[in-house]
Design a protein around this ligand. Sequence first.
Ligand code: IMP
Ligand code: MG
Length: 171
Amino acid sequence: MPEFIPLISEEEIKARVQKTGEEIAKDYKDLDLVLIGVLKGSFIFLADLCRKISIDHEIDLIGASSYEGTSSSGQIVFTKQPDLELENRDILLVEDIVDTGNTLLKIKEFIQFLNPRSIKICSLIDKHERREVKIDVNYSCFSLEKGFIVGYGLDYNEKYRNLPAIYDLKL
Ligand code: IMP
Ligand code: MG
């Protein structure tokens, strides 16, 4: 049986998401903000975060899949493209976790082709140990050195996204 070691509580998540939303609202108050959630892992974070951003903004989704089990396959497949017009707009990519950085780098390159005014990154978790590319995570709620975590949208083989808090998964 896998073991779930509590890492970040619901209360801690709520407080950090609130602060991050307030910070984004302040930074983007004179800009044309579009949040783009990266499917599927960001869906819960995106839903909570957007409700803490008090300025007008729009929401879209992009689908990119790179993972099987706990190790990256290194391949990124686009499964959904954004629907909104993104030219000259201020894009904030919302991700669950940045690990090697390869997924977000590819997504950023793709969005760049659509001529936005700016592209920044907001990740629930910034995980450092296995970073392979240089990428700026402009907003992150939590920093993690290593480990494989689940809950609050994060999965292991598609399971455990529904857990309300974040757990370190020991297989
Ligand atoms: P990257 O391309 O290596 O940065 O991988 C990013 C993607 O890998 C994330 O969006 C997650 O879907 C997945 N991932 C990386 N680390 C974890 C983890 O600890 N738990 C669950 N998913 C993870
Ligand atoms: Mg993901």
